[in-house]
Design a protein around this ligand. Sequence first.
Ligand SMILES: [Zn+2]
Length: 321
Amino acid sequence: MPLVREARAARGKRVRNTVAAAAVLALTAAGCASGGAGQTHAGHGSRPATPNAPGPQAAPDPHLGRGGPDPTAPGGGPSAGASAAPTPRTTAPQAPAPRTSASPSPSTQAPAPRTTSPSQAPVSQGVVRHTAEAGRNVALTFDDGPSPVWTPKVLALLDQYDVKATFCIVGEQAREYPNLVRRIVAKGHRLCDHTETHDEKLARLPAADVRREIGSARDAILAAVPGAEIPWFRAPGGGWSTTIKQTAASYGMKPLDWSVDSRDWERGGVDHILATIKSELRPGGVVLMHDAGGDRSQSVAVLARLLPWLVNQGYSFDFPA
Ligand SMILES: [Zn+2]
């Protein structure tokens, strides 16, 4: 594919997955809770309201259940659809640009009783919805895997563009496909704990169950990749609670949300999903996609077109804060 080759060549030096500033920025990220673009990944229409979430957009859509049938249509054509002139690069990665922590979020400042085995340094409980570095960056995140069908396709596309992403791993999947977790890490991608069973009612579970869901997935990941870094935890459906955030923090994991919900799980068509991402994405955005949990052929087709578009738009690829 000439297009791919061209894009790769053009991209070349652009790809930058620096996380050097992550530690510094994590602190400022703390004040950046809520207010993200529609957290519509919600579970079955009953997402518990986050106290500090303005939530202008309703969250009517259930996160389609994981474990649906597998591949059918390839979906979507190969055209990049990005004929726009490449925008000039404005990235200035050196300067830790001032962050606009618009929304004061008192509730996220609640003291965290660090009860058990916090071997890591304390981390913020502020929900992360932006990239580690300021500038024209984007962080791609893939949830619910690994899947033996879809994760390899996603990895291959990311490889083509030398892009590093974040994979939010479900414990049950990691136990079944530990080799895929190893492949993800070997490729330089990062890991996020996404619970053991993907229970979207996590926020309503007793604290002990929350701990088990989070801890078991973590154990599964570490069994696959001993010593793996797991900097983030993502709640299924984006359903956060103080208990969840505190528990994640006790393991040294920051709560990871998103600013762009691709809604790829709705399988509304490749063009539609792509248009959603393009319209919602701003520099510093964290994009939610899925590499498992059902037929993800549309997600893969979207990614094949999204990557060259992002490159054309002058985006660099980063990890979440
Ligand atoms: Zn999920």
